[in-house]
Design a protein around this ligand. Sequence first.
Ligand code: CU
Length: 643
Amino acid sequence: MTDAAIRPAELGSLAAHPLDPADGAEFLAGRQILADAGLLGDTARFAYYGLEEPPKDEVLAGPPDGRPARRLRAFLIDVATGESADVVVSLDENRVVSHRVLDPPSDGQVPIISEDFAVVEEVVRADPGWRAAMARRGLADVTKIRACPQTAGKFDEGDDERRRFVRVLAFRQEREHDYVWAHPVDGIAAYVDLIERKVFRIVDEFERPVPDESGDYDDPAVRGPLREGLRPIEITQPEGPSFTLDGHRLRWQGWSMRVGFDAREGLVLHQISLDDGGETRPLVYRASIPELVVPYGDPRFRYWQAYFDCGEYLLGKWTNSLERGCDCLGEIAYLDATVADDFGAPQVIRNAVCIHEEDFGIGWKHTDIFNGSAQTRRQRRLVVSSWATVGNYDYGFYWYFYLDGTIEHEVKMTGALFTAAYPGGDHPHSTEVAPGLGAPVHQHLFSARLDMTVDGLANAVEEVDLAGPPVGPGNPYGNAIAQTVTRLRSEARAVRRCDSTRARTWRVLSTERVNRYGRPTAYTLYPEGAPVLLADPSSSVRARAGFAANHLWVTRYDPAQRYPAGDFVNQHPGGAGLPAFVAGDRDIDGTDIVLWHTFGPTHLPRPEDWPVMPVARCGFTLKPTGFFNRNPALDVPPPPGHC
Ligand SMILES: [Cu+2]
């Protein structure tokens, strides 16, 4: 792409609020500032480009002149030299605000860029050593081998420290439509230096036959005949939906929020609040899933396999365009998203965010045996969702808002398993999912960043356990169940794990407001309690994904602390992010705090997950706990005409 193709739009930006995502005009204006500052030579690429959100106090105070201050952050890389920089530009002041050149051995590398994928395939196919290794496996025609670049992680590999590189696995694709995940070429990895554009090492440990059975589920011969008997389900809302969308501001049944988007985090929600009898009560200032790590448990030559889908691959950039009737049913409102390509040029993802409401079964119901009352109310929920495809997996991120004040986050995981040749026998690290085809065990560990504002900025966190105390004077018959409430007063003390044997939850409370019982208004985080990171404490991935070693972290709000594994995750040596954030052990009692919650499955693949995986779900729930004085859904009217 030539520079002439990229010009600031005539139209100007449409951003109306400081938290609105950067739009195309802004990306181009920022790009011009970077070009004028001499930072965009022919070999410069954007590894990240997005809104640099203003600090919270500025947003809450409102812009002094009524116009939001707009800044953009870019991670730039010179693909000829590898020099990378973290740059912030001010669109209002038309200048570069900060420019820091990275030192990759200590800072890490900027994320993978789109052109890396094409470069890698070209490089390995041209490499004589790799070609010879493939020929030995009977794969002489390298045009029929697809290269799958994987982030390198960080291991003690001597002089590789300064290289920007990926480790490349191979899959056979004999015909254009072959499903490559069915045909892994196992035992070999090529390490490709992305700057030198060459293979600098080949690890060739073993050879196994390439599994041959097709997994192409588009092929009727593979899929089999389609089942019959599914009659139509139509969802109609004759009076339209019950929500309103004004720019990025969404309102529904007392809920209010701003729907944002970022190339790294994907869907971001801001300023979630609830209207309670005419009063706007804040709950969450910002909610997102800023990291997702997928560490694999195969100890052989692919021991390094662990993807940080946000920090290394920019999950939001791979967001799908959704289709009404396929991805979302009912009365849908869509928001487009704008991301930047490698050259900083805006790319619009049409229908990136889906907003709709769903009937959700019974909300509450009671048949009273004494007064004869028989009442039923329907539950429904507002759904804000988006989907991203990162490599072999597809992830749907769903935020749900209910009539009773509950917030839920659900991730739906589907797509293709990452595969290898099955080693045979009963293998502890993988499952045979097709003849000779193995799927290694792995984890999907998400980090939710929940910048809480329960009835204001002054919040605190309590851990609540439920257990049966031993028989004694206070429990003579042994039937007692008691709650143990522990205030988590500092960051170090708030590094916690789930305990499902005690129904452990974490309560975020206001230190300034009480309910009619004199107790703090609160919301409670209900975790699922799946395992944290299973890698050994001495492992590289444990150092780099320290956040995933615990279910809960609480930090004092700091606008610079946005990413649980740190700003530059790719090839980072470890220790960044949450472990570093809490090292100062700041006070978190009665102040502006951020909750970080690790969740997600440990996935031992099943044959039923092949060739495409049925959606698996994970997530967490936030429920009002004395935030209201009674059931807030008592005012939901009965279903018209039926009950
Ligand atoms: Cu999985």
